[in-house]
Design a protein around this ligand. Structure first.
Ligand SMILES: [Zn+2]
Length: 393
């Protein structure tokens, strides 16, 4: 595998970014190693004062090992991107600096204010390019935070002891996504529980709402993106879709009727929803009560993740008791549920594939922040007079 410095920074085109990485696709001269791939580069926070450390440890980008040893036990590898590690090569900092300068104007403002490409990295990750080439790819952010505690379908036992009297009536009626959207004044009829329902008309309703929000907000929503022949299009460019998928003259209709059978047939949405629920058995409220003021512990190692998955997979719907002895189990379960709440699904049509991406392990340090955010959202939403009623599947 040749190093990245064998290519020019200009051969890589910015596509998008998540919390931890930036993704670029290869558009350089034909190269058997890089054709059809995307590059995932780690970012660093602008307020990170440690600018001297050179990161060379495999642990610095644990995604490949995490995928091979953990994620593939939960999601079929056919629905995961193929990934491999690549060296940046000689003069890596200079090469990454040139790439960072080139990407900067294309990055969303709110990201630019927070972080940048980490130029000290010696390695990066190459993955299958799931949006490039001919065809249409739609990216849907999962964000299905089902806060329902009595869903018999999932065998997810209601645990009133984990919710306070104040939050129970709210959290069991309105899903977390809808509470948060309301408070951010993002009026949309989209509810992730419709998307994850497995029901054709509700899934269609969710896709319609996602499309409308994307069109109304000029493509600035972060839970829906449309790529046509590798290009992230804006709603004003949607006419280019017509004729690519079917003879349907309306682009929205053409895309949704192509996506719908893929989403209903592929097990990915069902799997993500099941993992989110069964891994988040206590809710952050219950977990916070269990942790109390005790330190939450260190970032799990791969060995710890493996042991956790052995226990979880032996009995996914019956978690161990919420007591101090099993605190670590519940911390790891919650962290993993957060990974599945934050992932995206890429649906490619007309070839009909669905791939789950953005499955990075979450930092244990964020648990306290999530608990605080959860409290703020539920407290603020409690004051809303006409609360939305979300329907669980
Ligand atoms: Zn909802």
């Amino acid at each position: 595998m040749p190093p990245l410095v064998d290519t020019l920074p200009a051969d890589w085109v910015y596509i998008c970014e998540g919390g931890a990485t930036i993704v670029l696709s290869y558009h350089g001269p034909s190269n058997p190693f890089f054709d059809g791939t995307v590059l995932r580069l780690r970012k660093r926070a602008l307020d990170d004062t440690d600018t001297d450390t050179v990161h060379d440890s495999e642990q610095e980008d644990p995604i490949i090992e995490f995928q091979e040893k953990c994620l593939e036990r939960l999601i079929s590898p056919t629905h995961l991107p193929r990934m491999k590690r690549v060296l940046v090569g000689a003069d890596s900092e200079k090469w990454l600096q040139a790439l960072a300068v080139q990407c900067e104007p294309l990055r969303p403002l709110e990201r630019r204010q927070k972080d940048e490409i980490d130029r000290k990295r010696l390695k990066a990750v190459l993955a299958t390019d799931l949006v490039g080439g001919e065809g249409i790819t739609v990216e849907i952010k999962a964000r299905c935070r089902a806060c329902f505690y009595s869903s018999p379908k999932w065998g997810f036992l209601p645990s009133p002891i984990y919710l306070s009297n104040a939050t129970r009536p709210i959290k069991t009626q309105t899903c977390r996504f809808c509470m948060h959207s309301h408070l951010k004044a993002l009026s949309s009829s989209y509810c992730p529980l419709d998307l994850f329902s497995g029901d054709e008309s509700r899934t269609k309703k969710a896709l319609n709402s996602l499309w409308d929000a994307w069109a109304d907000r000029h493509g600035t929503v972060n839970n829906f993106r449309v790529f046509v022949n590798g290009k992230n299009i804006s709603p004003t460019e949607q006419q280019c879709i017509v004729g690519l998928l079917s003879d349907i003259a309306d682009p929205k209709e053409a895309v949704i009727s192509a996506l719908l059978p893929v989403l209903l047939d592929a097990p990915v949405l069902h799997t993500i929803s099941r993992l989110q629920r069964t891994l988040d058995a206590l809710d952050i409220e219950g977990l916070a009560r269990l942790c109390g003021l005790a330190p939450i512990g260190t970032q799990p190692t791969i060995a710890e993740w493996t042991d956790f998955l052995d226990a979880y997979l032996a009995s996914p719907t019956t978690p161990p008791p919420a007591d101090a002895t099993h605190l670590r189990y519940h911390v790891l379960a919650y962290l993993l549920s957060a990974t599945f709440k934050d992932c995206s699904v890429l649906v490619r049509v007309p070839n009909g594939t669905a791939t789950v991406i953005d499955l990075d392990p979450k930092s244990v340090d964020r648990l306290r922040k999530w608990e605080q955010l959860d409290r703020e959202i539920v407290t603020a939403y409690a004051a809303v007079p006409n609360r939305k009623i979300c329907v669980d599947s």
